[in-house]
Design a protein around this ligand. Structure first.
Ligand code: GLC
Length: 434
């Protein structure tokens, strides 16, 4: 069977009637940014289904505008931890009672997802109606990020749980997580499910997991949107990737507003401030990279990692900044890495196998590919695209992949879950959409 058919079949197998799960067993619910990336691929062959996927995601939006990182559509599914009964989203009055959800968010992808779908189906009146229906919901979500997560009105929002960033166990969060001292009386007993399903060596450690639960409990204590979170959380970070994605999605919403005559007053005010602060606060000249900012420690998090490259996708880098980032990616290519490793390969914290501490992730390649095209780096963009296509062809539609070519050549499959939705979708998009 050809790879395009396999990709579609994977998505169809993960389709649960009104949404897709990322992969069977390991992630049996609807995840937010997975849903966004997956809907873009689905839109290339089944527009109705893609629109349903997005509508289902927004059926879980909270009254305050928050879009949860997981929607637990099936309350009978017990193989996942932390499940809806552990999150207890009903501590917040504005959380819908159905679908039940987590209490934290994930990268704000839906603005650019809507624009991608619009551009693919520009002349379809049904798509225009759909955009008009979803646009205010995406706007309400962006408003949530600015109003609940930007206490100093800087135009950058904070995260307080690593799961919000989508890069769960990246070394970026280590210093902040080290501030957490676990008192066994403050976190409830729990049993992990992920390590029963996936290889423990490819998953976060148990110490990290205790701290994830600690932060979940902290969010719950303050109803997931209280100002006390900013006051008390030991983890309070302006993530360069999350903010670049928000800025990119703002830009897409502004483009849609212009094309379809929609109200964009709120974003007109916010976008300039966000761009300005991002450029001033998050560039690190020594590392030649955009980095995250630790608001608790009041300093930049000085690590080179994949999130910094999303500045290209959002058009935030100057031409010189884009050039040094491109040169760095070329050097990794020449040193025998697949593009793009998720963490600095020269750091002692790099681990080519463990989740976000080194491996290559499909949706990141999709964004970086688009970013390099935006700055005119065609050849490098094609390497980013073809590396992912090669990994998928050789190692299957897995969740993530070995970054070192020499090691990958001895393997017969990728890491994490198999038949993964966003891997299939990004593959389809890179192959079929231009
Ligand atoms: C992991 C990833 C996260 C993703 C989720 C579902 O938690 O780190 O980015 O959304 O799995 O695929």
């Amino acid at each position: 069977m050809d790879l395009i058919t396999i990709a579609k079949n994977n998505i169809e197998a993960n389709w649960k009637g009104s949404f897709t799960i990322p992969t069977a067993r390991l992630y049996p619910f609807q995840w937010m940014w997975d849903s966004g990336f997956t809907s873009m691929g689905i839109a290339l062959y089944d527009l109705e289904k893609a629109m349903t996927e997005i509508r289902t995601m927004f059926s879980g939006q909270w009254e305050n505008g928050m879009l949860p990182h997981i929607l637990f559509h099936s309350e009978n599914e017990t193989t996942y931890f932390p499940n809806y009964d552990f999150w207890m989203s009903n501590v917040n009055d504005g959380a819908p009672s159905h679908p039940k959800s987590s209490g934290i968010t994930q990268p704000a992808v839906f603005g650019f997802v809507l624009e991608e779908i619009y551009l693919q189906h520009k002349n379809n009146p049904e798509v225009i109606l759909f955009i008009k229906e979803i646009y205010p919901k995406v706007l309400a979500y962006h408003r949530f990020l600015y109003e609940y997560r930007d206490p100093h009105n800087e135009g950058l929002f904070f995260i307080y749980h690593p799961w919000e960033t989508g890069r769960d166990n990246s070394p970026l969060w280590d210093e902040s997580m080290d501030r957490i001292v676990i008192d066994p009386d403050t976190i409830p007993a729990y049993t992990r499910r992920d390590t029963q399903i996936a290889n423990a060596e490819e998953r976060p450690t148990s110490d990290q997991y205790d701290k994830y639960v600690y932060l979940l409990e902290l969010g719950k204590k303050y109803k997931y949107d209280g100002p006390e979170i900013a006051e008390h959380s030991p983890v309070l970070i302006q993530d360069s990737m999350m903010n670049a994605i928000l800025i990119k999605s703002n830009e897409s919403l502004l483009n849609l507003a212009r094309a379809l005559d929609l109200d964009s007053t709120y974003l007109d005010q916010k976008q300039d401030l966000s761009i300005k602060t991002f450029k001033e606060k998050l560039w690190n000249q020594d590392l030649e990279s955009f980095v995250c900012f630790d608001m608790r420690g009041n300093h930049q998090i000085a690590h080179k990692e994949i999130g910094g490259f999303i500045s290209l996708f959002a058009g935030l880098a100057s031409n010189e900044q884009a050039k040094v980032q491109a040169d760095y990616l070329w050097s990794l290519h020449h040193r025998g890495y697949y593009l793009c490793p998720s963490f600095d390969v020269d750091s002692p914290l790099f681990d080519s196998k463990r989740y976000w501490r080194g491996p290559v992730w499909p949706q990141m390649n999709w964004m970086i590919y688009k970013g390099l095209l935006r700055y005119g780096y065609m050849n490098l963009a094609n390497i980013v695209k073809n590396d992912l296509i090669e990994l998928v062809s050789k190692l299957g539609f897995h969740e993530y992949f070995e970054a070192e070519k020499a090691k990958a050549s001895t393997q017969d499959k990728g890491y994490g879950g198999p038949n993964f939705s966003w891997t299939s979708s990004c593959f389809l998009h890179l192959k079929l959409a231009e």
